[in-house]
Design a protein around this ligand. Sequence first.
Ligand SMILES: *Cc1c(COP(=O)(O)O)cnc(C)c1O
Length: 393
Amino acid sequence: MTYDEYRFETRLLHNQHKIDPATGAVSVPIQHASTFHQFDVDHFGKYDYARSLNPTREALEDVIAELEGGVKGFAFSSGMAAISTAFLLLSAGDHVVITEDVYGGTFRMVTEVLSRFGIEHTFVDMTDLEQVKQAIRPSTKAFYVETPSNPLLKVTDIRAISRLAKEIGALTFVDNTFLTPALQRPLELGADIVLHSATKFLSGHSDVVAGLAVVNDEALAKRLGFLQNSFGAILGVQDAWLVLRGLKTLSVRLDFSQHTALKIAKFLQAHPLIETVYYPGLPNHPHYHLQRDQAQGAGAVLSFELKNEAALRTFVAGVKIPVFAVSLGAVESILSYPAKMSHAAMPQAEREKRGIKNSLLRLSVGLENPDDLIQDFSRSSEQLDQPELLRGE
Ligand SMILES: *Cc1c(COP(=O)(O)O)cnc(C)c1O
């Protein structure tokens, strides 16, 4: 039986793990065993020790590999565990070209940890291919892409970067957390490794921390599998099951949220007291066409700038529906303050160089009624019409 002929939404439900072959259960069983009895002294079974392989984690790894169009998936204890393990493919003396508005935790890993092991990096604006080319050194072994980027939603051309990487024998890593395979499949565009914080849209309910990686080359799969087992930052089985459950509703959740995101982006853009809106689904976004070309949607995350930090504080205090928190990609809308949350690990000077102002908010749109969200934002922004909140920064 193959499920290849089905479209994405159907494959979320009807895949090789839809039914447990032993019992007919329609939900993947949670296998807690850490070790597995071997029936033969000479011939061991498929499972021996759960760090190396466990059937529940394996089901999630199979499903994500299938959805991303790769040959093998790997599940980790967090997005950062997936990203950090992938970086272990590099060795001392190797160089990474990395997108400058990368996730704060990845920034910290590259600048404060990998640098101690002799792995060098250059930050560039990846939307500018000339800058990317200029940054290449003889030791460049990887390009690290996050698109749309966090928190300014800049769009990098995955095909162009992958082509450049192939020319010099380097790998392309893509953090696909913001769009998920429902909207963007980097391996099909030429990337070598797709990374995820499954904490976000893939699981979708703000109740699990998890990371995933997918590759489409058997040799690379062997190397990453070796590192997963060696480093050992694997995903636990309860959490693997939660991600598997979340995945079943991925398409309907993202569809709904992204429709609302566009409505809110348009509302904010038309609002006189909002400075700038960043959302690649808006036709005046500088990378609107590229986004349409390489992805099936613009996603459910947007950012916007208020006039100044005092205005931001007033706006946040007035908003009632979204939770004000770190994270994104959940059923409830999440309003975050990048300068103090996701990008707090980045020094202020670095943040400002990247355009992440103290007056910038990021919104991850959930499943609330769109009109309730817009009404909430509308009421909160009425309080911004005071002289001290209208001055530019
Ligand atoms: C949250 C996030 C990460 C880190 O994932 P964790 O699960 O929190 O470790 C990496 N990249 C992006 C884009 C994220 O949003």
